[in-house]
Design a protein around this ligand. Sequence first.
Ligand code: PLP
Length: 396
Amino acid sequence: MLKPNARYAQLKDAYLFNTIYRKTEEYREKNPGKKILRMGVGDVSLPLCKAVIAALHEAVDDQACAATFHGYMPEVGAPSLRKAIAGYYGKMGASVAPDEIFVSSGACDDLGDILELFDGENTVMVIEPAYPEYVDTNILAGREVIHLNAGEENSFLPAPNEAAKADILYICSPNNPTGAAFNRVQLQAWVDFARENGAVILFDAAYEVFIEEEEIPHSIYELQGADQCAIEICSLSKTAGFTGTRLGYTVVPRNLVRGGMHLRDMWSRNRETRTNGVSYILQKGAEAVFTPEGQRQIRENLSVYKENASYFMEALDAAGIWYCGGRNSPYIWMKCPDGMSGWEFFDELLEKIQVVGIPGDGFGDCGRGYFRFSTFGSPQETKEAANRLCALLKKR
Ligand code: PLP
């Protein structure tokens, strides 16, 4: 008799996002004349840059001609793209070889698949508030999850401690949802902790390109010893607007060995089994991101999101409200005013100023009482939303 994976019943349903959608739609139907500004969405709004579009067109044409046509690509990624990504790491001051880089269809895919490297008996530590996939994928695999609560007292950047001891440690910096980012000293402490305990860090660097401050590392491999204890997962989704185009990459260093097994070789073997590679066309488009022209153009787009962040930051600074993020991240994580819950604040924003954000509850219990704004919207709408927020907060 077939037994389904009963752990699906343990997953939290999409209650948060469904409720946001339902409440917003109900309000819209009752108030057709009001302009609702959606500032919660974690999806980009700007199109792919010109260098990427040109490379994609060229790659499509390659597929039209037998002499330039490409069939299956290597499961681990095209050599030219792996080399381009290795060059990008070199510029950050991190030494990563092309054969330690594995091209994927996005970070989400790899965050799930990478767990196949680890036994189901391993324990997992997730710093919360967190991107929900870390917990969900491990629940489905039947692993014990240790929730390490971050909070205002440590600026949402907790240091390792006894309670954080686990075999697999998730670190996301800059963080979704809080926007907080570990500096070198703080991240080195986690690397040292992982090495002392034989743990492996799964470092989610999906937002590295938003980092502005010198003391914040873009890659965990900028730190000593990380090549012996960390896997880094990255994506072009937010870096270069690839959310709908899909491309990511994962680094598994050659020096990462556990139980006498080389995780890089295991991952290579996993890729042979689990994928037939990413499309030639998309890999060509991705390669253009790493050219000087591509880098210049994606940074033009990023500066638009940065300016969006500044509108929200100015509004919160003027109101004297605690927040983090915004500076090294496209997310702003604010404390709800006057002890309100995330949902109370949500309702007030929707009803009084028609601005939609995300209550922090959706990212773990310790997100209660906080609220996330995203800066990926259009500049006009973001500015308007921040102005409305500023006026509302001033009246309180
Ligand atoms: N990691 C974090 C922290 C994210 O916020 C996201 C997407 O929002 C992802 C990974 C997934 O990125 P991708 O679009 O590459 O699947």
